[in-house]
Design a protein around this ligand. Structure first.
Ligand code: NIG
Ligand code: FE
Length: 423
């Protein structure tokens, strides 16, 4: 008999989400490895074993036990695309949008991303950390256990590095695991020519981020907002090629409003993910099927904008692509902190089943931030990031929305309270 720290037993369902070799692609998406009357054993913060309660009871004794009868047990959600940290809010712009102004019109008039840039530049590092910590707490209470966080509200070297410092401090202050992404090419700063800013990104800001990476011993992702009126395909290519040569891993904001070829470029450059993918041309969808780049759909964003076009998930899956889901949590297009809400939208507007949406929010999302080896499923050896739902059937996820169906969050083997700190 092996002694473990924690045994969750008698769960009505344990969704293992098997994926030892990578994301679940194409028509394979949705494999849950469902175990009825299941159990999960945890040791030293990692999954030790998973299987029927009857079998695990014969193999382990536990210091702490949780009776999960009448509850489904699933992996913690991974949110692979957010714009945390930012400062301030844009409720006044939402009012303008409700009255008919478009997101890109507000941006062209100097609002949008630039208004959050102004607030973020003025905020101190402490302000930035204090303002964003409650967001992480709420995310965890809805079941998110790993989050990608982007810069991009600095658009100058000092503020972009301040955002990286804020991500580092937040990662230390809160049990959620944060994966940082450098996004100085999120918008063109007011009063600057696009080409001049692209040169500044390539010659000054990306090298400063690369020096920060070396000092800290972490690998950053580099992302670009490839969009009409922001960075075109040629500028995106130059920025990403420079980033790749400096040692960054790559991501792209592609096809959010206009399909410029950003997805095909992402595949060509070996980007880990291409995100948004609403107006994606068919040729780019075919490229996703051939390459390794993961398509990250953000259905909260068209919903948040009141738009009617969503990521063509069925086409991406038919082409053999790998699909993940994320919130895109940001103060402009989509202030949504709940992966449960994203699953509900994905079922309706992307046509995913609850099982497909669950895998896209866990295993595939983990691969979309390069962490598929460590999180995203309940396989032995992975971090013990586990959710107990307050319902017996995982299919209540997506079906119900606006209610938090997560009862208990276990992060690295520790039982968390509602704010995301260990009990
Ligand atoms: O992913 N598209 C660019 N960036 C964000 C919006 C950021 C903002 O409006 O502050 C997005 O939708
Ligand atoms: Fe985004």
């Amino acid at each position: 008999m092996e002694q473990v720290d924690l045994l969750i037993h008698s769960a009505s369902q344990v969704c293992v989400v098997p994926g030892p070799d990578g994301p679940q692609r194409g028509d394979k998406l949705g494999e849950l490895g469902l175990i009825r009357d299941g159990a999960v054993a945890v040791k030293n913060g990692r999954i030790h074993a998973v299987g029927p309660t009857e079998i695990l009871r014969q193999q382990v004794t536990a210091v702490t036990e949780i009776d999960a009868s009448g509850r489904a047990v699933i992996p913690g959600f991974v949110d692979p695309h957010t714009h945390i940290p930012w400062y301030g809010d844009r409720a006044h712009e939402f009012e303008q949008r409700v009255a008919g102004a478009s997101y890109m019109e507000i941006m062209a008039a100097g609002g949008g991303i630039m208004s959050t840039v102004r607030a973020t530049r003025q905020a101190s590092l402490d302000d930035l950390v204090a303002d964003n910590l409650p967001r992480l707490q709420r995310m965890m209470s809805y079941g998110t256990t790993s989050v990608e966080c982007k810069t991009g509200y600095g658009l100058d070297t000092a503020t972009e590095l301040k955002q990286l410092e804020a991500i580092t401090s937040l990662n230390e202050a809160h049990p959620l695991d944060l994966t940082p992404t450098f996004l100085p090419a999120h918008a063109v700063p007011a009063g600057q020519e696009t080409e001049a800013y692209v040169a500044q990104v390539i010659e000054e800001i990306l090298p400063a981020g690369a020096a920060w990476m070396q000092q800290r011993g972490v690998t950053l992702f580099c992302d670009v907002f490839c969009e009409e009126g922001v960075f075109d395909i040629d500028q995106t290519r130059r920025i990403l090629e420079t980033a790749r040569d400096l040692g960054y891993r790559l991501k792209v904001h592609a096809d959010e409003f206009v399909g410029l070829g950003g997805t095909k470029l992402a595949v060509e450059l070996g980007a880990v993910s291409a995100d948004h993918l609403v107006q994606t041309p068919d040729a780019d969808i075919a490229a996703l099927g051939r390459g390794q780049t993961i398509a990250v759909a953000l259905p909260g964003t068209p919903f948040g904008l009141g738009h009617h076009d969503y990521t063509p998930a069925a086409k991406i899956l038919a082409a053999g692509g790998a699909l993940a889901l994320a919130t895109d949590c940001n103060p402009g297009t989509c202030w949504c902190e709940s992966m449960q809400m994203v699953i509900a939208l994905a079922c309706r507007y992307l046509g995913l089943t609850q099982a497909q949406a669950l895998v896209a929010s866990t295993l595939n999302a983990a691969h979309a931030i390069g962490r598929g080896h460590d999180v995203g499923s309940l396989e032995p050896g992975k971090l013990a990031d586990i959710l107990l739902l307050q319902v017996a059937d995982y299919r209540q996820l997506g079906y119900r929305f606006g209610t938090n169906l997560v009862e208990t969050v276990i992060k690295r083997g520790e039982i968390m309270d509602r704010t995301g700190f260990s009990q």
